[in-house]
Design a protein. Structure first.
Length: 156
């Protein structure tokens, strides 16, 4: 997918998400619809989903794709654990070189995780796995940040 095509797809996805969900207040509904739209819009996204932060772990929330790890420690050295602890996006163009990655399957070649913030507190993580090396990049990070900000408003 070329950069212009990717941007067009993000614009379309964001418009669809915001137009359908602008009045929706349930965060689970918002996360479920968002995951479905992202998975449908970007076929190379192998897995799209949210992990919800509980007291001492992250638990699987709404997702699209094959079954995944149900619970992860907040101290996990993996991509989502790192995202939680730093409260910053973690972009991994090649998962094979990410030390400590928790691999729920072998199909994933690249991954991105973004924190869903309520103020400064991480309440969820958007995690996306891709079957292509370098399948996620800075464009995804920037555009997904806007989508995550929209989702975060439902946690207020």
């Amino acid at each position: 997918m070329t950069r212009p095509e990717k941007l067009e797809n993000y614009i379309a996805a964001q418009q669809r998400i915001t137009s359908v969900l602008e009045e929706e207040t349930n965060p689970i509904t918002v996360m479920a619809f968002t995951a479905a739209i992202l998975k449908e819009t970007f076929p190379h996204f192998y897995w799209v989903g949210f992990l919800l932060v509980e007291t001492n772990e992250m638990v699987l929330g709404p997702f699209q794709g094959p079954p995944a790890c149900i619970r992860l420690s907040l101290n996990s050295p993996g991509v989502c654990g790192t995202c939680y602890r730093t409260a910053k996006p973690v972009l991994v163009p090649d998962v094979a070189v990410f030390q400590g990655r928790v691999g729920c399957d072998v199909a994933s070649k690249s991954e991105i995780a973004l924190p869903v913030l309520n103020g400064k507190r991480v309440v969820a993580i958007l995690d996306i796995d891709c079957t292509e090396l370098g399948g996620v990049d800075e464009v995804d990070q920037r555009e997904l940040h806007e989508i995550v900000r929209f989702v975060a408003l439902r946690f207020q």
